[in-house]
Write a protein that binds this ligand. Structure first.
Ligand SMILES: O=C(O)C(=O)Cc1c[nH]c2ccccc12
Length: 191
């Protein structure tokens, strides 16, 4: 199989590490060669965090180049737009509708762009947008929006739900498993 590339983009503190672990666990369980690498890490400071997940029969490079991503999973609208040039023609964006002001907006040197998702869709890009934060809060904590998004992604990839449930059990601490399963289910139901 040809190597596939997924990018997970978001802001520090949004839980991209758990998302990449769940996805990596699913892919490894299906027998793929998998390479996961976090390329930007400003995780303590609210900065942009980017994780590459590549999988296939044999993955030679961990890097995702511009125009190469089959799927971009984004935890925040502006981050989806920031990395859209990495998306392959015909690729898909799955994004939370959450908005977090980056530093230039906080300090007044820029304004948060209007209707980012509408503009991406107008370019002909396949975008699935979900209010992951509200669904996560419904599951019991705003912190679970990462797992809500994985629920959305799970509806679009060719693996059975059982495989995803097993990955949740492998990756989420027992104490938080029930909550995260609820978040995952709300993500699946949102598609
Ligand atoms: O498994 C893949 O590589 C896909 O791109 C699957 C897919 C088809 N439609 C989608 C919409 C959003 C995310 C992934 C997909």
């Amino acid at each position: 199989m040809e190597t596939k590339s997924i990018m997970i983009v978001g802001v520090g503190g949004q839980g991209s590490l758990l998302a990449s672990r769940i996805l990596g666990n699913v892919l490894l369980s299906q027998g793929f060669d998998v390479k996961v690498s976090e390329v930007h890490g400003m995780s303590q400071r609210g900065g942009s965090v980017v994780t590459y997940v590549k999988y296939g029969d044999k993955v030679y490079s961990p890097v995702v180049e511009k125009g190469e991503a089959d799927i971009i999973i984004s935890f925040e609208q502006l981050e989806a737009a920031r990395y859209v040039q990495y998306l392959k023609k015909g690729g898909h964006i799955v994004t939370s509708t959450q908005q977090i002001d980056p530093m230039p907006v906080i300090n007044g040197t820029a304004v948060y762009p209007d209707d980012i998702i509408g503009k991406l869709k107008k370019q002909g890009i396949s975008v699935i947008d979900v209010d992951a934060l509200t669904l996560a809060e419904q599951a019991g904590t705003s912190k679970a929006s990462n797992v809500v998004l994985m629920g959305v992604v799970s509806m679009k990839m060719d693996f059975s739900e059982d495989v995803w449930q097993a990955a949740l059990e492998n990756c989420v601490p027992a104490k938080f498993l029930e909550l995260n399963k609820k978040a995952f289910a709300l993500g699946r139901a949102a598609v």
